[in-house]
Design a protein around this ligand. Structure first.
Ligand SMILES: [Zn+2]
Length: 320
């Protein structure tokens, strides 16, 4: 009995030490080159009126220390699962789907007991349910652009059989490969024959600090960039509203905007479960760290950062 007590005390102290140490590290910015800002960028057609709104499909609550290194262990953060709805004269689309109508079954059937505790969530209405409730025809969604194909972003793809799914070849090939497994990927969310895919060819037009970009409507209002690291083909989205507001949706590169300020990574425990290429992630986080310093009016919005999203119009409200 005494021996057991000693072993458990040692284990407890070791895990507390591990936790404290893994909370503190930030990325050393000086070891990365400062990105060059492009002088060229797409002209923004300020005549085009289009709208943006957030659809929150679920959320989780977790100690901030698990969200990013340097986060407070005793502060709880709300992490949201959202879709970003863009209604533009040339098309209506969703950036990410959040948690879809079948998420409970998808989660239960594919996740281990431990992963179900680690990634548990409270489900709200799915994007499709929210649209229907507000008399918005789900068939009017022309396309979906997942920031990446992880379970909490691709879950609702099958809710929109008429929509084309836009992604990169790298992301798709990775997502259907043997290495793509839960708790990151759930293949049944995107392996149906009826899904129409469009693989994006990025142009070499520079945009802000990025070497390649994809102008969604050819008018500079919505521009995609590659954010490799979390997954092979992760995408970010710049939205330039007519009002002059500018957003940059950064997917799961970080889970909180503070991680770009630090800059710092996710906590080691969830990071090992979900992040693909750690070195690429750090490099891209440092680039965005510089971007935020240079463009303080640009609102950087990580996919799960409820605090960063709460002041953006939530569907059925929209902002222009
Ligand atoms: Zn995610």
């Amino acid at each position: 009995m005494k021996k057991f007590k000693i072993i458990s005390s040692v284990l407890l102290v070791a895990s507390i030490l591990f936790f404290i140490l893994s909370c503190k590290t930030t990325i050393d910015v000086s070891t990365y080159t400062t990105p060059k800002f492009s002088k060229k960028s797409y002209p923004i057609n300020q005549e085009v009126t289009f709208s943006l709104s957030i659809i929150e499909t679920g959320f989780a609550k977790t100690p901030e220390a698990f969200v990013y290194r340097g986060g407070n262990l005793f502060k709880t953060r709300k992490l949201s699962h959202v879709s970003v709805l863009i209604q533009h004269p040339k098309g209506t689309f969703a950036f990410d789907t959040g948690l879809g109508s079948e998420i409970k079954e998808q989660f239960h059937d594919n996740f281990s007991f431990i992963d179900r505790q680690l990634f548990k969530f409270t489900k709200l209405k799915s994007m499709k349910e929210m649209l229907v409730t507000n008399k918005f025809n789900p068939d009017s969604i022309d396309f979906i652009i997942p920031s990446h194909l992880h379970f909490d972003h691709a879950s609702g793809i099958k809710d929109f059989p008429n929509a084309t799914v836009w992604t990169t070849r790298e992301e798709y090939n990775h997502a259907i490969s043997k290495g793509a497994t839960p708790p990151a990927f759930i293949k049944e969310q995107y392996n149906a024959d009826f899904i129409k895919w469009k693989f994006l060819d990025f142009s070499t037009t520079e945009y802000e600090i990025f070497k390649e970009s994809y102008d969604v409507f050819n008018d500079g209002t919505v521009v995609l960039v590659k954010l490799p690291g979390h997954t092979k083909g992760s995408l970010g989205m710049f939205v330039n509203l007519k009002s002059g507001k500018r957003y940059f949706f950064t997917g799961d590169l970080t889970w909180a905007v503070e991680a770009f300020n630090g800059p710092s990574e996710k906590h080691a425990i969830p990071r090992r479960k979900v992040d693909g290429d750690r070195e690429n992630i750090k490099k891209t986080i440092v680039m965005i760290h510089h971007l935020i310093k240079e463009k303080p009016n640009l609102k950087v919005i990580p996919a799960h950062d409820f605090n960063a999203q709460k002041n953006i119009a939530h569907f059925p409200n929209v902002e222009w």
